[in-house]
Design a protein around this ligand. Structure first.
Ligand SMILES: [Zn+2]
Ligand SMILES: [Zn+2]
Length: 135
């Protein structure tokens, strides 16, 4: 079992999850790019039940192009994105890799939404790439 911890930029919101990582993906969709302000978002999926949060993240809800209801949980004080939920995967949360302390554990396996990536974003040729979200 991996012990995962993380916090936002100001430290008012922290989380921990004593669980294994199910999947890691670099997501190049325009929602992740807008939400993170980065060239892409790296999502670290863990079981929702395993996540413990301290502080009071604010939740932004929107609908993805898949039709799924999405939630983005972020610190209301500093704006850091911490994790998200997707109604198509109700038992999972996706931690944002940039706020996870255990950086050695961050090893994305796939690139998704390659169709909407920023053209100059470098891509590891050893990783599988998908035009959209597989499955
Ligand atoms: Zn904060
Ligand atoms: Zn995305």
């Amino acid at each position: 079992m991996a012990k995962l911890t993380g916090k936002c930029l100001c430290g008012n919101v922290t989380f921990s999850a004593d669980t294994d990582i199910k999947l890691m993906a670099n997501c190049h969709c325009s929602d992740c790019r807008a939400a993170t302000g980065a060239a892409y978002g790296t999502l670290v999926f863990v079981e929702a039940d395993a996540l413990t949060v301290t502080g009071s993240p604010k939740v932004f809800k929107h609908v993805a192009d898949s039709g799924a209801d999405m939630e983005k949980h972020f610190c209301p004080d500093c704006g850091s994105q911490l994790f998200g939920k997707n109604s198509n995967r109700p038992n999972m949360v996706s931690l944002r890799a940039g706020v996870v302390d255990q950086t050695d554990l961050i090893k994305p396996a796939v690139n998704v939404y390659m169709s909407s990536k920023i053209p100059s974003t470098p891509i590891d040729p050893d990783l599988k790439g998908f035009e959209k979200m597989p499955g």
